[in-house]
Write a protein that binds this ligand. Structure first.
Ligand code: FAD
Length: 322
């Protein structure tokens, strides 16, 4: 085993996901402790341009048509051979449907330990991860064998995994990928016509405290005055009051707006983990003990229905709108 930290780059439609850069930031912190290098692992077809701003010492590129889109079968086969051959100290996967699929199967297949939901590494390189849906953080040893980890956002910023320099590129051969049991038949685009909340700079996010679907109009009016859009926690989406495309959280989207204004959201771990990249979280909640106040920069213990009219009027006044 060597002391290098490998990062399996997640990408879709020609773009590396933010979590890939977050993992590279985490890998750098860990590699400084293990004394190894940060090695990005890029599987795909014609994706070499993605390496340009990665903060890695090396990038292992495996280029093959069967790797053009993620399939568990092709990715597992490729990574199983690569990890067994290289024996890095740790391999980081995104805590996503792709990362969960790969890390779980590879852990069983290669008989390697797996630490899931790792958020960051301590000053001495110990993984700090979430258990019980984020209610408890655990600091553990990094086992003395190649260890697989899935990483969640919140510990490192994407910029920490980016650099102006192009890393050394090493091309690797793909294994035989002609007997795959799973192949991609069709790529289905996400619902068209709605906004992409992961790219919006201002989000007014409503939770169960909004009480009824009709009350959403107030949030819409506030969002419009602020130049933002409305997003929601899971109970609001589960009720069918807002489309899934507006869901923030573990089962929805990770967001990183300049302003994330929450109205009647308690701040459960499954919601909180997806908003940690926000520049400013502002919380409105009637319960002073709501966990959302632990992560908000500004907060007010107030009934949102006492706030809407005054706040909308104030925002419009500031902007000279009547
Ligand atoms: C596997 C799994 C995945 C999940 N994925 C997600 C996910 O993607 N996104 C997500 O959001 N949740 C997710 N959840 C659910 C999560 O655990 C919480 O149940 C959910 O986030 C709670 O939503 P909430 O804060 O809107 O509701 P609650 O927790 O019920 O909080 C409502 C809040 O509103 C406040 N309030 C009530 N009335 C008012 C008022 N008039 N003015 C101001 N404040 C008021 C209350 O004090 C309370 O804090 C997931 C759970 C699991 C197990």
């Amino acid at each position: 085993m060597n002391q290098d930290i490998y990062v399996v780059i997640e990408h879709l439609r020609g773009q590396a996901a933010d979590i890939s850069y977050i993992m590279l930031g985490g890998a750098r912190a860990l590699a400084q402790k293990t004394g190894g290098e940060v090695v990005a692992v890029l599987l795909g077809h014609n994706v070499q341009s993605l390496v340009n701003n990665m903060s890695a010492d090396k990038v292992l590129v495996v280029d093959h048509p069967a790797l053009a889109e993620f399939t568990s079968d092709a990715y597992q086969k490729t990574l199983a051979g690569l990890i067994a051959e290289k024996e890095p100290r740790a391999v980081l996967f995104a805590s996503s449907s792709i990362g969960a699929d790969l890390s779980g199967v590879l852990s069983a297949r290669l008989n390697l330990p797996l630490i899931s939901s790792c958020q960051r590494f301590s000053a001495d390189g110990r993984p700090i991860s979430q258990i019980c849906g984020g209610k408890i953080m655990v600091e553990s040893d990094l086992p003395e064998v190649t260890t697989l980890l899935t990483m969640i956002p919140g510990g490192y910023k994407p910029e920490e995994g980016q650099s102006g320099k192009t890393p050394e590129i090493i091309k690797m051969d793909a294994p035989a990928l002609d007997d795959l049991r799973v192949t991609l038949k069709q790529y289905i685009e996400a619902e068209a016509g709605d906004v992409d909340i992961s790219k919006e700079p201002i989000l007014v996010s409503v939770g169960r405290g909004i009480q009824t679907q009709d009350n959403l109009e107030l949030a819409e009016e506030l969002a419009k005055a602020l130049g933002g859009v409305v997003s929601a926690s899971r109970p609001v989406v589960d009720q069918g009051w807002m489309p899934t495309s507006r869901l923030v959280g573990k089962s929805g989207k990770t967001v990183k707006p300049k302003v994330y204004l929450t109205l009647g959201i308690s701040g459960a771990p499954e919601h909180a983990e997806a908003i940690m990249g926000s520049e400013m979280i502002i919380a409105i909640n009637t319960d002073p003990a709501a966990p959302i106040f632990d992560i908000a920069r500004y907060g007010a213990v107030i009934d949102m229905f006492d706030l809407f009219e005054v706040l909308i009027a104030k925002v419009k006044e500031t902007q000279g709108i009547r």
